[in-house]
Ligand binder design. Structure first.
Ligand SMILES: [Zn+2]
Length: 114
């Protein structure tokens, strides 16, 4: 496996983490954002996707040990998340320079690179 490629993917996780944490409302979370698979409040929580993602990909989880395929898969989940939180304004601007759009383009390039 190409270590440089992997490093590039891992760097893209920083922004994804930041974005997902920002959007989560932890005030009402009984577990302070730590997903608990046996608590049904977690299973039915509207923040389930963000929470599960964070708990699989936060800084305590060693991304280096994941396979390249795994890293790509989880990045795609984050892309969906960022994408669905953008207003149509961004999507219609092809060269939008906001950090969200720049990040989305970077991920795209990284995922499509040979
Ligand atoms: Zn934008």
């Amino acid at each position: 496996m190409n270590a440089q490629k992997k490093q590039q993917l891992i760097e893209l996780y920083d922004f994804a983490r930041k974005r997902i944490i920002q959007s989560m409302e932890l005030r009402h979370c009984p577990h302070a954002g730590f997903y608990n698979s046996v608590d049904e409040r977690c299973i039915y929580c509207h923040q389930g996707m963000e929470c599960v993602w964070m708990n699989h990909n936060d800084e305590l989880v060693s991304l280096e040990e994941k396979s390249e395929e795994d890293l790509k898969q989880q990045l795609l989940v984050a892309v969906d998340f960022v994408d669905s939180n953008l207003s149509p304004y961004h999507l219609t601007r092809r060269k939008c320079q906001c950090e969200n759009c720049v990040w989305l383009r970077q991920v795209n390039e990284a995922l499509n690179a040979p």
